[in-house]
Write a protein that binds this ligand. Structure first.
Ligand SMILES: [Zn+2]
Length: 261
């Protein structure tokens, strides 16, 4: 009765396959033996010794993984062999692999983003992967942690991994256009400063505000001063704080001319 149950495809041939494999292994052992007797044996001499075709010997050597590097004969430079058939790199370089996933005709930056970062006007986002709204991780190779796509873009643009956060000017999570990225938040900057012992002001945490910063903050923040509660400018103060690595209250004080008059 049980013999009438149909076996999964291929199972009926398992015995044959196993027998053929054992035969191959036996032949492989013979090939190795011939080689040990005669280290200069070529495929043809092995084939002649075993009564096989040369192509059969080659298939066995390759299929069983018992090929060995051919000894270098005098005078033939290694480079010539490389020129004849360049060895395929085992891994595609990170930059090539990374940019092959990037679509450079993504959305244009939003009006809110342009209010704080006017210099990215007219430059579309470069989207890594399919979904502009998703952070994506990039594999850096075995044994290494994955990294966010935007951090990898920063690394490829600057040549260095940063300990600070890499932030988006455009607020598009999947964007990897280097000009749309900037480094660090206030908190992260200050953590970094403290870690390096560079903090000088008020126990660490305050950054010197330059006259240029104040002028720029007032120029960019003018819409918020006019319409602090209007949709579209509500976030402006917070975004300026991120851009200039200052607290929102400091931005407020500058915009309302409570300080740095
Ligand atoms: Zn962008």
């Amino acid at each position: 009765m049980s013999s009438s149950i149909p076996l999964p495809h291929g199972v009926g041939n398992l015995g044959d396959a196993a027998r053929r494999y054992r035969e191959k292994v036996e032949l492989g052992k013979k090939i190795i033996a011939v080689r040990e007797g005669n280290p200069d044996a070529t495929l043809q001499t092995i084939a002649d010794a075993l009564g096989l075709k040369r192509s059969r010997v080659r298939d066995l050597v390759v299929g069983l993984g018992i090929s060995r590097p051919r000894p270098r004969r005098g005078g033939r430079p290694r480079r010539a062999a490389a020129a004849a058939g360049p060895e395929r790199p085992r891994e595609v370089p990170l930059a090539e692999r990374f940019w092959s996933h990037v679509n450079k005709s993504g959305p244009m930056p939003s009006a809110e983003a342009l209010a704080v970062w006017p210099e990215i006007k007219g430059t579309p986002c470069w989207i890594y992967g399919e979904d502009p709204g998703k952070y994506r991780l990039v594999s850096l190779g075995p044994g290494q942690p994955n990294a966010g796509a935007h951090r990898v873009a920063w690394f490829l643009a600057t040549g260095k991994w940063t300990k600070l956060d890499v932030c988006h000017k455009c607020d598009v999570k999947a964007c990897v256009r280097p000009s749309h990225l900037f480094q660090g938040t206030h908190a992260a900057n200050m953590r970094d400063m403290r870690a390096k012992g560079r903090a000088k002001f008020f126990g660490g945490g305050h950054r010197k505000v330059t006259a240029e910063d104040v002028a720029e903050i007032r120029r960019l923040g003018a819409p918020w001063v006019r319409h602090p509660r209007r949709k579209g400018t509500i976030l402006l103060k917070k975004r300026l704080a991120v851009r200039f690595s200052l607290r929102p209250i400091t931005i407020w004080a500058i915009l309302n001319r409570r300080r740095w008059c």
